[in-house]
Unconditional design. Structure first.
Lengths: 411, 196
């Protein structure tokens, strides 16, 4: 008998299936798949997207990244810079809460209806034209990072996405790719010389090799993916009706980890207490994804943020679409990645969320990339309840059809 | 029927349709949960197993799809999460160690069981005393059944580091369990913690 044999038998009796734990884990993951679209009270369009896990430690800090981003739109880099902390953060957030309280509650899709959301996303990606050869079994695309292969291209890929989601999770997703922005002029020239190949999901050849699961393709072409999604078991829009609307009670509930709404608090399920940074991140998560939401809860969330120690607001931020707003940034010293939330102080709308490199070299998966580089930004554009997957919220409001795509990629 | 989708393909597909990640959960949840059950108490194991898949899902775009098997990646995430509970793990191991049968408690007919209990206690104490990096490597080898190359992949460390950590850890365990022979000396100071 050797030490490894002894170790193999150690606690072997513990290893047994736990169907309840498995089911709970699956439920949490399934909720993450669904990451329901958040329809803000003032027509905020929050995409159906994956929820970011909260980091173990974040530090509140304001960053002025907007002007750099706007300037970079015409160039090849999207950078943020800063910081320019504002001392009156609490006052700003309390005023925003007043605006939030005057909103009208968002509508919830009824039977036969869909929640429509539209947003633009800019995401750091690496991709191999047409995907790898079938024998390689290698990735054709990496999102939120880059690829080191010599035949790969790396850049920031813009997409316009529209989602129609019914109460059972069924619906339609239409994504249109724009022209990638490259980290260097040389990379852009190399890409153009190669025929301007788009990332794998927007490449019909790749799609034919790896067809989408749980979907029916409506349209598939260069730069366009349009598909119907089937219903998802267990799907539901998040219900925040049980959350307190008193700011202090809300903050204490989050701090003491008493939020029981499914989909929230996934990172610290057993924590006795969240610190200020974790609390801020969780309040934003609720704000972004806890819809449909009562105006009084939106107001409470901003008031709760206002009372967090150390919070700062950058009053000179703008998003991917060039919209001006205020921003709060949460930094992750361990990973060198920060998240910035940009909101409109006049309406309380969340305009955008941006993840960026806050400290170059800290994160091995982002090796060689500069501080300030956007990893992913989502700018929310429109949302509303519609009656079919052919209708947009703007149509529903205006009574007439509008363009739903803007394919701007370079041929 | 087509061929079974590899982990890499499923993760790739999940970037477009998140539900494809369910394949990864179905294939590997039990193994990850079992690994964590070996290391931590039941409640923590349940919690961290769930978190492992949430973290994996959220970071799936960073999975190196040049690797067809996602187990090293998943066990790496689980190990990192377990790291945050190392103190808890050590407390429990010491509790097991404290239940060691007294010397001389040998009773005819049940020697084997008592021997096993004693070995279990000694092992618990040794595992509690292992530096966490060595405990990780050992746990991944024995309980997750990863190869040394896969451990290097899981922990993002060079294979040489895996080998040296493993060698040190095994030396410490051999010493603690009284399994040392003159032909197989420990490669590091067995009077841990902290032996380099």
């Amino acid at each position: 008998m050797d030490e490894l044999t002894v170790m193999r038998s150690f606690r072997a009796e513990r290893v047994r299936p736990n169907p309840a734990a498995r089911a709970a884990a699956w439920q949490a993951l399934e909720a993450r798949f669904a990451a329901p679209p958040a329809a803000g009270a003032a027509a905020i369009a929050t995409p159906v997207r994956r929820r970011r896990l909260l980091p173990r430690r974040r530090r509140l800090l304001a960053f002025a990244g907007a002007s750099a981003v706007a300037a970079a739109v015409a160039g090849v880099l999207v950078l943020s810079s800063g910081p320019t902390a504002q001392p009156a953060a609490a006052e700003i957030l309390h005023e925003t809460a007043v605006a939030a309280a005057t909103d009208t509650p968002a509508a919830i899709p009824g039977p036969g209806q869909f929640l429509f959301t539209k947003f633009k996303r800019l995401e750091l990606e690496g991709w191999i034209p047409g995907g790898p050869s079938p024998e390689e079994n290698a990735p054709g695309q990496v999102q939120g990072g880059t690829m080191s292969r010599s035949d790969a291209f790396n850049g920031l890929v813009p997409t316009t996405q529209e989602w129609w989601t019914a109460e059972d999770g069924a619906g339609r997703v239409r994504e249109v790719a724009g022209t990638p922005r490259f980290l260097t002029a040389e990379e852009r020239q190399r890409w153009e010389a190669a025929g301007s190949p788009l990332p794998a999901p927007f490449d019909p050849t790749y799609q034919q090799r790896f067809p989408l699961a749980f979907s029916h393709t409506l349209e598939l072409g260069r730069g366009v993916v349009d598909r119907e999604a089937s219903a998802m078991k267990g799907f539901h829009f998040p219900d925040t009706s049980s959350l307190p609307t008193d700011p202090e009670a809300l903050r204490l509930a989050v701090e003491s980890n008493q939020i029981s709404v499914s989909g929230f608090n996934l990172m610290y399920p057993s924590a006795q207490r969240l610190d200020a940074e974790q609390t801020a991140a969780e309040l934003f998560n609720i704000l972004q994804e806890g819809n449909p939401m009562r105006p009084e809860l939106r107001a409470a969330l901003f008031n709760a943020l206002a009372e967090l120690p150390g919070i700062e607001v950058d009053t000179d931020a703008s998003d991917l679409l060039g919209r001006h707003g205020y921003a709060i940034s949460l930094l992750e010293p361990d990973t060198g990645v920060g998240s910035e939330y940009i909101f409109d102080p006049d309406t309380s709308e969340i305009l955008a969320q941006r993840d960026f490199i806050s400290e170059a070299g800290r994160n091995p998966t982002l090796k060689g990339l500069p501080s300030g580089l956007t990893i992913r930004e989502t700018a929310y554009m429109d949302s509303g309840v519609v009656d079919s997957t052919q209708e947009t919220a703007a149509e529903a409001e205006s009574g007439g059809p509008v363009a739903t795509t803007d394919p701007t990629y370079r041929k | 029927m087509g061929r079974t989708q590899t982990d890499s393909e499923a993760i790739g597909a999940s970037l477009v349709d998140p539900r494809c990640f369910g394949i990864i959960f179905e294939r590997h949840y039990d193994a990850v949960h079992g690994y964590l059950q070996r290391r931590l108490d039941e409640n923590l194991a349940d919690e961290l197993a769930a978190q492992t898949f949430l973290v994996a899902f959220d970071s799936r775009s960073r999975f190196d799809r040049g690797r067809s098997d996602s187990r090293p990646w998943l066990f790496g995430i689980a190990t990192n999460l377990a790291h945050n509970h190392r103190r808890h793990e050590v407390v429990e191991l010491r509790a097991i160690a404290a239940m060691a049968p007294e010397n001389g408690a040998w009773i005819d007919g049940i020697e084997a069981r008592v021997d096993a209990e004693r070995m279990r206690s000694l092992l618990a104490e040794a595992l509690a005393d292992l530096p966490s990096e060595e405990a990780d490597v050992l746990g991944l080898l024995v309980w997750a059944e990863l190869s040394q190359t896969e451990i290097a992949d899981a922990l993002a460390i060079p294979i040489g580091t895996v080998k040296s950590r493993l060698s040190r850890a095994r030396g410490r365990l051999q010493s603690a369990l009284g399994l040392l022979s003159s032909a197989n000396p420990p490669t590091a100071n067995p009077t841990f913690p902290g032996g380099k």
